[in-house]
Every structure is written in C-alpha cells, then in structure tokens.
Design a protein around this ligand. Structure first.
Ligand SMILES: *Cc1c(COP(=O)(O)O)cnc(C)c1O
Length: 362
C-alpha cells in the first residue's frame, strides 16, 4: 500500500527557517494551491495558521472555498480567480487578485450588485513574465478607479520570471526596476501606505533586499528552494512510501512491461511497485529515468510506467515481496527524482493523485 507521509515538524522547521530570513514586520503569505503542492491542504493550512502565517493563497476559487470549508478564517488570496467565479469569491470572503480591466470592471460590478463596500482585493501587474497581470501602462486608469471604487486595496504585486537565476540577471533586474516605478507612482497617488510584494520562495533567498512588505512562499514550506545552498535551510516534508507487490527473476534478453519497453542486458531481478502514472508517476519516468530507494539503495525505473504499477530493477538489492520502498523523501529527494526525468519538484509533487493516501505525522 502506498502513502504520502507528511511531517508537520518539518513544515514548522521550514516556516521558521523562511521567517528567519525576513525582517520583522514583513508578512508571509503561505501558498497552499494544488492541495498544498500535492500534500494535504486542510492539514497544512491549519498548521500554518497555528504557526502564525499572515495569509494563505491559492490559485483558483474552488481551492479557496475548500479552505473556508476546512475552517480557515484568515485572509485567503486567490491568484487566478476567474471572472465567472467572482460571486463565489465574495460569498466566501476570499480576496481576489484583479489583473486586467475586464476582471476589475466585472469584480466592481459584482461588489456593487451584492451591496458590498470596502471589499479587500489585490492588484497584480505583469512586469515581464507575460502571464497574468495588468499592463503597467494601465497604471493611471487603475489609480483613477481606486479613487471611487468600493474596494479596500490590500496589496499590489508582481511575479518574477526567473527568481532562482544566478544574480545578476538582466531580465529580473528589469522586472524589479519596472515594479519599483509602479510602487513609487502608486504610493505618490495614495493617502495611506500601500503594501507591495514581488517574491516567491527562490526570490526570498536570492533577493533579500526586495522582500518589501509581503513575501509569497509555496515550495519552500514543503522543503525545496530550487538551489542547493538554499535547500540546506529546508527539510522536505513529504515522503512517498510503498511496498513491493511482486518480484520476478528476469533472464538476459527478456523484456519488461508494455510494448516490451525494457530488455534485460543481464540476468537480474525486478520488483513491481504499486504506483503508476495514474498516481502521478508520469510516463517521462522509466527507461532508466527515475529510481526508488529499497533498503537504502537506488533501484532504477525500467520500461514504460503503467497506469497503476511501475517496475524497478533491483538486481541483488537485499529485499523481498512486501519490503518497504521509498519513492522520495529526505534521502532520494523529490527534486532530484523530478530532475532525473526532466521535470521539476513542483510538477512531481502537485501531480500526486488522490489515490495515494496521506498520513500526517505530528
Ligand atoms: C505559486 C505562486 C507562488 C509560490 O511560488 P513558490 O516558488 O512555490 O514559492 C507565488 N506567487 C504566485 C503568483 C504563484 O502563482
């Protein structure tokens, strides 16, 4: 049986470790989108609240609704709320990021229609990632709108395209310069101090001078920061464990798996693991990409990953049917496993399906 063990002591460690990088007064947004990066959103969110996180953030409105259902009462920011969900955003008292004239006008219309006032929102600018955000040339329009709209401006933010790239990075520097212009123009046109933020986890490590008023940390809470030196400050919170379903002796020349995906070049043994692409072990694994740890030793994934099962070559590793298998954890890290098949920790973690049970360790 397979389960993802989630260690809350390590979450606490990561929270405190990231907090220790921030000046006092800088607020932390804990990003819990995609089931808290594939872990367990309810448990993680409640733990972060008890640790003192200042706000939580999700990608989509239904994730924010799930947080309210889990009893979360602190501010919940929705990064990509989608216009057709704005009524639900308000019903659940979620805080949307508004990112375009269309999203702005529609949200204001619904705030008025539902007779709300002073409704908390965030403004997102596109400073070069070209994903989501107002074009900075709309700044005068936004400043004018802010003067007569029934909203409370909680923050203004942007997002870097390569926060983990070695400094100096020209593209990042130009994003920072542009955001600084946005900051100063908004602040000049406001009566009160506005809160600004720019950085995700890697950015927090890489740009200590730009923590501004808030930081948004996701992957860091789960133990990864996209660079070896930064990773040392964090502990992966999740361990994916399973057990060997069956072992086969394979003679030289025999094939393993669908489409004869792998041919043994020597007499060997394979173990069958009860996790497949339906569980989130995608088909870019296999064919020697990716491994699991059995008895502390690496057993490479061979052939094509099946929907429910994966075959690994165990050779002479000391193990038997029913032995424990670590797919990733503290040793055999998820980021290394992901990179071995050309992807990143984010994709591996967030892709773990609901079929894998989650086991929380306090
Ligand atoms: C997901 C996300 C984050 C968190 O990024 P990490 O690299 O996981 O820390 C921050 N900001 C925005 C806008 C995001 O979409």
């Amino acid at each position: 049986m397979s389960f993802l063990e989630i260690n809350l002591k390590k979450l606490t460690h990561n929270y405190k470790s990231i907090r220790s990088l921030l000046e006092p007064g800088v607020k932390m947004i804990g990003v819990v989108k995609a089931n808290a990066y594939g872990s367990a959103i309810d448990v993680i969110a409640n733990k972060l609240v008890s640790l003192g996180i200042d706000a939580l953030a999700v990608a989509y409105t239904n994730e924010g609704i799930a947080l309210r259902r889990a009893g979360i009462q602190i501010p919940v920011i929705v990064f990509y709320p989608q216009v057709h969900n704005f009524k639900k955003v308000i019903e659940q008292q979620l805080e949307p990021a508004l990112y375009s004239k269309r999203s702005w006008l529609e949200f204001i219309r619904i705030v008025k229609e539902t007779q709300n006032s002073n409704y908390p929102i965030h403004i997102k600018y596109n400073t070069g990632l070209n994903r989501i955000g107002f074009n900075p040339i709309d700044i005068d329009w936004i400043i004018a709108e802010l003067k007569h709209s029934p909203i409370q401006l909680k923050s203004i933010y942007s997002h870097l395209g390569a926060s983990e790239a070695t400094r100096p990075d020209q593209k990042t520097d130009s994003q920072i310069d542009l955001f600084e212009e946005i900051i100063s123009k908004h602040q000049k046109n406001a009566k009160e101090k506005i809160d600004f933020h720019l950085l995700n986890t890697s950015g927090i490590f890489n740009y200590p001078n730009y923590h501004l008023d808030w930081v948004r940390t996701g992957i860091g809470l789960y133990g990864f920061a996209n660079q070896f030196d930064w990773n040392k400050k964090l502990k992966p919170i999740a361990t994916l464990k399973t057990t060997i379903t069956q072992i086969h002796k394979i003679s030289k020349g025999m094939t393993v798996g669908y489409n004869c995906g792998w041919t043994a070049s020597n007499d060997t043994q394979i173990a069958v693991i009860p996790l497949g692409h339906a569980d989130g072990i995608a088909r870019h694994y296999g064919h020697g990409k990716g491994w699991v740890l059995i008895n502390g030793k690496k057993a490479p994934m061979v052939g094509n990953i099946c929907m429910d099962m994966t075959m690994v070559e165990i050779g002479q590793i000391n193990c038997k049917e029913g032995s424990e298998v670590i797919v990733f954890g503290t040793k055999g890290r998820a980021d290394d496993l992901a990179e071995d098949s050309g992807t990143i920790s984010y994709e591996l973690l967030s892709g773990l399906s609901s079929r894998i049970s989650r086991k929380v360790v306090e």
